[in-house]
Design a protein around this ligand. Structure first.
Ligand SMILES: [Fe+2]
Length: 156
C-alpha cells in the first residue's frame, strides 16, 4: 500500500510507510494506546496544577491543556466504543524494557568508571566524542573502548 504520509512539524524523522502499515493492521491497539496517552496527558496537567497551585499563569495554561486532553480522551473513547473495544490495560511495549536495560548498563559502567583512574576517564570522553549518535551507540562504543583498554589492546 502506498500512502502520502503527512509530516508533523516536531518529528525529526518522517513517519515510515512500514510504521503506518503496522498501525493500520493494529488499529484497535493504536486507539487503545491513544486513549491511555490522552488520559495520561490530562493527568500530568492536573498533577502539575496541584504541585504549583500559586502559579496563576501556569494553572491557566494547565487548565486549558487538561480540558483539551480530556476532550481528546473522550473522542478516542467514543471511537473505541464504536468499534466495540473495551477500555483496559495494555501490555507494556518492549522498547521500554530495552531502554531500561541500556540505562542500567550505562549506570553500571559509570560506577566502574567512577572507580577508574584518570586515563580511563579520558578514554570515555574520547569515545563520547567519537560516537555522536544516540545514547546506546555511545555507551556501546565506550564499552568496547574500555574493554580494549582493560585487555591492553590497541584503541584503533
Ligand atoms: Fe491530546
Amino acid at each position: 500500500m502506498s500512502l502520502t504520509l503527512p509530516t508533523i512539524k516536531f518529528l525529526k524523522q518522517p513517519t515510515s510507510e512500514a510504521w503506518v502499515e503496522q498501525a493500520i493492521a493494529h488499529l484497535d491497539t493504536i486507539l487503545l494506546d491513544h486513549s491511555h496517552c490522552e488520559r495520561k496527558a490530562a493527568g500530568v496537567a492536573l498533577n502539575l496544577m496541584f504541585r504549583y497551585p500559586a502559579r496563576e499563569k501556569l494553572v491557566r495554561m494547565l487548565t486549558a491543556i487538561a480540558r483539551e486532553e480530556l476532550e481528546h480522551f473522550e473522542q478516542v473513547n467514543q471511537r473505541l466504543e464504536q468499534r466495540g473495544i473495551a477500555l483496559g490495560p495494555l501490555a507494556a511495549p518492549p522498547y521500554g524494557a530495552g531502554l531500561s536495560a541500556q540505562i542500567e548498563l550505562a549506570k553500571f559502567y559509570r560506577s566502574l568508571m567512577a572507580k577508574a583512574s584518570a586515563p580511563l576517564w579520558d578514554i570515555l570522553d574520547f569515545s563520547n566524542n567519537l560516537f555522536r549518535s544516540p545514547f546506546g551507540d555511545r555507551t556501546a562504543g565506550g564499552i568496547i573502548i574500555v574493554r580494549k583498554s582493560v585487555a591492553g589492546k590497541s584503541l584503533s
